[in-house]
Design a protein around this ligand. Structure first.
Ligand SMILES: Nc1ncnc2c1ncn2[C@@H]1O[C@H](COP(=O)(O)OP(=O)(O)O)[C@@H](O)[C@H]1O
Ligand SMILES: [Mg+2]
Length: 393
């Protein structure tokens, strides 16, 4: 029989030290970061009580961390493995943004220098699973619509392969200048939107082969070395898919939100869902869904659901986020894009313009006006179209 059961008092004096226990936690590896939680400084607290009970708090990178169970088991095993333990209480909390950034630096992952984008209040990435669903059109028009709401807006064209903002915002062959602080000055579209795009730097229609590190560097530069100044919204037009660019942006901009553009087809919605899943995995909040290319309405008012129906709503419900708008297919939208003036500005009465204005108001309604902590306890609202009744700022 074990000695401990006869000599309870003695067992108590043999409770392992905090250092020993902490050391044992080096066996607990974060499967994503591939380092142990002690090195990663994710052990928030570790208290050993005289009765042999150990309290451990582990800080996760995200509240809904799917690897939580893994940690629960691994920490328990590691601590008990030391011996002389009467019980283990494991709790979890979440790393603060500052701690996440510090962790990023520790892992050699880039983060923006302090102060870059300091005057940018909201960053919104516009993404979708695939190309051709109207991300760029939506981005350009959302920008114009946010301007119409009285906001200061910038657009970063992060689609380095298929940049289209220079064309859509009517900024053909200009090149940005460098200011006294050696920062690139974004070009200004007609209604004051600040725009930066790789398209300003490459020969027209030249194919640019961007590879990982170079791409990363270019994006970093567009965030760090561009004089964005004060902005209420920086909209980022993402390339199709869920690849490198989103990953880089998520690392550089942990506060960014994601708007998913989809067409009404259930198939498109599945693809779009993948990009939303990606956003969640990268710890970016999905702010809402915009369904584009919703029914075509003839001038006589007849409606044709060319790309089907309901994909946007389905996706919004599934993600439990608002469906910000259903933007119909309209010929003026395409014409306006090609002419370099967003339709929201050139033809505000077009049904597409109205839908896009609605989406912009929804975004404004969702943007953080720092709420008192009390509000945090409210359960997430059911998905709903938003932004219809916002008082104008
Ligand atoms: N609601 C719409 N009505 C009419 N044409 C549209 C609409 N949305 C996008 N388009 C057109 O479809 C094409 C692809 O849109 P684009 O914004 O470039 O998509 P993406 O950026 O997702 O590849 C463009 O020619 C654009 O003008
Ligand atoms: Mg595009």
């Amino acid at each position: 029989m074990a000695r401990g059961s006869y000599h309870g008092a003695m067992a108590m004096t043999q409770v392992p030290t905090r250092e020993t226990l902490l050391d044992s936690l080096r066996a607990v590896i974060d499967p994503e970061l591939r380092k142990d939680i002690v090195t990663l400084e994710m052990v928030r607290s570790l208290d050993v009580h005289a009765n042999g009970v150990v309290d451990v708090t582990v800080s996760l990178t995200t509240p809904g961390c799917p690897i939580r169970d893994h940690f629960q088991t691994a920490v328990d095993e590691a601590i008990r493995g030391v011996g002389g333990i009467a019980g283990v209480n494991i709790s979890f909390d979440v790393l603060s943004d500052a701690e996440k950034q510090a962790l990023g630096r520790k892992l050699g992952r880039p983060s923006l220098p302090e102060g870059a984008l300091a005057q940018v209040r909201n960053v919104i990435c516009v993404g979708s699973g695939k190309g051709g669903v109207g991300k760029s059109s939506v981005t350009a028009n959302l920008a114009a619509a946010l301007v119409a709401e009285g906001k200061l807006v910038g657009v970063l064209d992060a689609d380095v392969w298929g940049y289209s903002q220079p064309r859509m915002l009517g900024l053909g062959a200009q090149r940005p200048k460098v200011n006294g602080e050696r920062k690139l000055v974004p070009l200004r579209a007609a209604d004051g939107i600040k725009v930066m795009s790789i398209g300003f730097f490459v020969e027209q229609d030249a194919a640019v082969v961007w590879r990982g590190p170079m791409l990363h560097k270019a994006l970093q530069q567009f965030l760090e070395d561009v004089d964005w100044g004060e902005l209420d919204y920086l909209l980022i037009d993402l390339p199709p898919g869920t690849g490198d660019v989103s990953m880089t942006l998520a690392q550089l901009l942990p506060h960014a939100k994601f708007v998913v553009v989809t067409t009404p087809q259930p198939v498109a919605q599945k693809v779009a869902r993948r990009s939303a899943e990606m956003a969640t995995k990268l710890n970016l909040e999905v702010a809402g869904v915009i369904e584009n290319m919703a029914g075509f309405v003839t001038p006589a008012g007849e409606r044709f659901p060319i790309f089907g129906e309901g994909g946007g709503e389905l996706l919004a419900n599934e993600l439990e986020v608002p469906l910000l708008a259903k933007v119909p297919l309209t010929m003026p939208l395409r014409e306006a894009s090609d002419a370099g003036v967003p339709i929201v500005a050139s033809n505000p009465d077009d049904p597409a313009s109205q839908a896009l204005r609605q989406a912009a108001r929804g975004l404004v309604a969702l943007s953080p006006v720092e709420l008192p902590v009390m509000q945090a306890a409210t359960p997430p609202a059911a998905p709903k179209p938003v932004g219809m009744s916002l008082p104008m700022a």
